[in-house]
Design a protein. Structure first.
Length: 465
């Protein structure tokens, strides 16, 4: 069933198409990280108190972000399969229902972020920060509906194999955020200084500007004509929205499971002292930066696999998936090489504290060791999304991260007294388990698809005979 001869003539075009799709997506993801850096730098220059409030508020906001993004990740495979099948006129109906889902999800996230006070207490935030954290969250919550609508527009564009708009508007938003945040936080042009609240207002405003600009672009650009996007008003249709939720909800849970693992690791490490926490933050920032490359590739893989599914090209599904995974291993070879060979130099870019540099360098080496596992798991997950296979990957992720990664990390950190290194070894275990299981899942799923295609071809040939 899984016999698969490689046609070298198909590999180069597939690799080229994936790279062209992925490069703008990588840039867009780096811009997203850049917005966090801008917020942190502005808050840090305002005061240590505001920096702490923004850091805590951003952590809570991140839960809303991954929930919204995860749900709206149902859009790219839905659109790419229709595009691959030559059914572009049906994209408009899917898009309109996706907008209803985005609006509903955005309102839920708006309400949840505004009423996150109990979560602040559970986390154990210092009482002196509660007020400013609440102000930040209430301000940034107004950006939640824009966030979900923005990722619906991104999903539409990326599903049509047009990824440059995601880069344009993400970088544009980053360029606006810095001056706008500065004006609102520090109180320029006659405005009162807003501190943490100003940071939240600026981020929410930028999200709305990005969304409105993207919507205008989609409405006016010729590449989106013929899709029937605005040909009529459609009320919410529960069946179509339910289909999107069926695909998107497992992805949202998957992202929350992964994000929750890193939050839990950070909380566990926070009990080990300030230098350990600082070292963990340095290493995590480095790992997050390099993760943007495989993440952008995974988004491109989703589109390529979805296109092949829509065309009914079972072999194309395997080429799209495995070529994408191969490219991801290439990017991870670069990141792993840098982390393993230059850990102290990388750590020294963040701090001058020799103690922090020494431990951070050890953690960066461990991050280098899980680069291949991290790349394979995110790329395999991207390929499975292209097949609209999200529920089993969700179960795999929950098992790998919470039944393997977290218990192993906790045991090594606190039973074997390895501290932060033990928690990072747990990350290696969890990511490696996820990589193995998700890769096998795609191998088998695409193999079954190929076998069914060959069987149908054989039956057709027999019928003609």
């Amino acid at each position: 069933m899984n016999s698969f001869r490689i046609d070298r003539a198909r590999v180069a075009p597939e690799v080229g198409a994936t790279i062209r799709l992925a490069l703008p997506l990588i840039a867009a993801q780096l811009a997203a990280i850049g917005s966090n850096v801008v917020d942190a730098v502005l808050a840090g220059h305002f005061s240590a108190h505001v920096l702490g409030a923004v850091a805590v508020g951003t952590s809570i906001w991140a839960l809303a972000i991954v929930s919204g993004i995860g749900m709206m990740m149902a859009v790219p495979p839905s659109v790419s399969q229709l595009d691959g099948a030559g059914r572009r006129r049906e994209v408009g109906a899917v898009f309109r229902q996706a907008l209803w889902l985005a609006i509903g999800m955005g309102v839920l996230l708006w309400y949840g972020v505004r009423h996150a006070a109990p979560l602040i207490s559970v986390i154990g935030v210092a009482p002196g920060l509660h007020h400013d954290v609440g102000e930040f969250l209430r301000a940034i919550s107004w950006g939640a509906p824009a966030l979900t609508c923005y990722f619906t527009l991104r999903g539409l564009s990326e599903g049509l194999s047009m990824t440059r708009p995601s880069m344009y508007f993400s970088l544009g938003g980053l360029a606006v955020l810095a001056p706008l945040g500065y004006v609102l936080m520090f109180g320029k042009f006659g405005l009162q200084p807003q501190g943490a609240r100003g940071c939240g207002i600026a981020t929410a405003l930028v999200l709305w500007l990005e969304t409105l600009a993207f919507a205008w672009y989609v409405a006016k650009h010729r590449n989106y004509r013929g899709l029937g996007l605005g040909e009529r008003f459609d009320p919410p249709r529960l069946k179509r929205i339910g289909e999107l939720v069926w695909i998107g909800l497992p992805m949202a849970i998957t992202l929350l499971a992964e994000g929750g693992l890193f939050v839990a690791v950070a909380l566990a490490i926070s009990t080990l002292g300030e230098n350990v926490v600082a070292s963990h933050q340095v290493a995590l920032n480095v790992a997050s930066f390099f993760f943007m490359m495989p993440l952008g590739l995974a988004m491109a893989i989703t589109v390529r696999v979805g296109n092949a599914v829509g065309r009914g090209d079972a072999r194309g599904v395997r080429y799209a998936g495995f070529c994408g995974i191969g490219l991801t291993l290439g990017t991870q070879l670069i990141s792993a090489g840098l982390m393993l060979s230059l850990p102290h130099l990388i750590a020294s870019l963040y701090t001058r504290d020799t103690g922090v540099i020494a431990l951070a360098a050890q953690l960066i080496v461990l991050a280098g060791l899980f680069q291949f596992s991290d790349g394979i798991q995110v790329a395999s997950n991207g390929a499975l999304r292209g097949l609209k296979d999200t529920r089993v990957p969700m179960a795999i992720t929950l098992f790998a991260y919470w039944a393997v990664g977290m218990p192993v990390g906790w045991w090594l950190a606190f039973r074997e007294n390895l501290g932060a290194r033990g928690m990072w070894m747990g990350l290696i275990a969890g990511l490696s388990m996820a990589a193995a299981l998700l890769f096998v899942r795609f191998w088998r799923s695409s193999g079954r698809l190929l076998a069914r295609s060959r069987q149908a071809q054989a039956m057709g040939a027999a019928h003609e005979g």
